[in-house]
Design a protein around this ligand. Structure first.
Ligand code: ATP
Ligand code: MG
Length: 339
């Protein structure tokens, strides 16, 4: 199987304000990310705010250039291409759906113009074919034709997100990234938009990168779940195994905090704040909040180990036993020390 997108040792370091005039702080938004995405696959990304989910998503989709490392898109080094070629490749091959459709859409353009714009920019077909394609896109995402001349301000939040999805699909991409696509929407329309995404991905064979704070939704939408912590990918788990077979203590802690466990109790406690992305801890970045950490964890970040199932790997010196249920871990973490 050849990957659609492949990141190798991708890093994103921002220079942030603060730290004095001469020494600007560095923010380690993404560190050493290796990830391969297969055509048609849905990968979900979970982790606390600021852990680098959006950064990873933007690097995967080619809108953010990594400070170092490589991004192969259909086997070709994206950032070694001439800029015009890269823009053509990204513009047509990938689509991005953002959190807030009201700011992502140009408020002065009608729905029809918004959807025709990418076709114009990439010079797809004749004028009549573009008009056909716009109608086709609207029906694909379930927008009534009468809305073609509406402005974004005249639409509901759910309709606006449908426009944004249609626009992302305009050039028939192989890969779509949806970063918190429903968090700005009313609860009542979230499920509709999620179902639309699932349906489109099946029908169009899209690869999808799905980012959300709602980890149960991520699990349900995805084939594979990526856990990030402080800029690093710490685990990749087949979605069906993530609740009870994840090996990284952080993934278990995240999924312990959610419903679905038979006896809802307090989740596995993560003590202390998330460390600063400006000064990540040495070794494993999770060690300052991990109940299993010892001095080995401060010395080095372990490489990936393979779990027993294909497509499941984790980076941890002291992984949770595979057959240990999360419920059992939760029970042991209250009130005594979990092991
Ligand atoms: N342009 C930037 N300049 C400086 N720091 C940045 C910039 N963009 C992101 N960061 C920092 O990089 C880190 C990762 O940010 P990112 O937006 O990828 O996190 P996230 O997991 O998507 O967070 P959230 O869940 O809140 O959306 C954070 O510490 C963030 O503050
Ligand atoms: Mg984000």
């Amino acid at each position: 199987m050849s990957a659609l997108v492949e990141l190798s040792d991708a890093h994103v370091v921002h220079r942030a304000r603060g730290g004095g005039v001469f020494t600007r702080n560095r923010v380690y938004a993404l560190t050493g990310a290796d990830l391969a995405l297969a055509p048609g696959e849905t990968v979900g990304v979970v982790g606390e705010s600021g852990c680098g989910k959006s950064t990873l998503a933007k690097v995967v989709v080619g809108v953010e250039r990594p400070t170092s490392g490589t991004v192969l898109f259909r086997g070709r080094d994206l950032w070694a291409m001439p800029p015009a070629e890269r823009r053509a490749e990204i513009g047509a091959g990938t689509g991005m759906i953002f959190q807030d459709p009201s700011t992502a859409l140009n408020r002065r353009l009608t729905v029809h113009r918004i959807l025709r714009d990418p076709l114009d920019v990439h010079e797809r077909g004749t004028k009549a074919q573009r008009a056909d394609r716009v109608r086709e896109l609207m029906s694909l995402v379930g927008l009534p034709r009468a809305l073609a001349d509406a402005l974004p301000g005249q639409l509901s939040g759910g309709q606006r997100q449908r426009v944004a999805i249609a626009r992302a699909l305009a050039l028939d991409p192989d890969l779509v990234v949806a970063d918190e696509p429903t968090s700005a929407l009313d609860v009542s329309v979230r499920a509709q938009i999620l179902n639309l995404l699932l349906d489109l991905k099946e029908r169009l064979g899209l690869a999808l990168v799905f980012v959300s704070h709602d980890i149960q939704t991520v699990r349900r939408m995805s084939d594979r779940v990526i856990t990030m912590y402080l800029g690093r990918i710490v685990e990749e788990t087949p979605a069906a195994r993530v609740t009870d077979r994840a090996r990284h203590p952080y993934t278990r802690a995240l999924f312990s905090a959610t419903p679905g466990l038979l006896a809802p109790v307090e989740p596995i406690p993560l003590t202390g704040p998330v460390p600063s992305a400006t000064r990540p801890p040495s070794g494993c970045p999770f060690r300052t909040r991990c109940w299993k950490a010892d001095e080995v964890c401060g010395r080095s970040m372990p490489d990936f180990s393979a779990a027993s199932a294909p497509g499941h790997r984790f980076r941890c010196h002291h992984p949770v036993q595979e057959d240990r249920s999360t419920r059992d871990l939760v029970r042991r973490s209250h009130p005594g020390e979990p092991s």
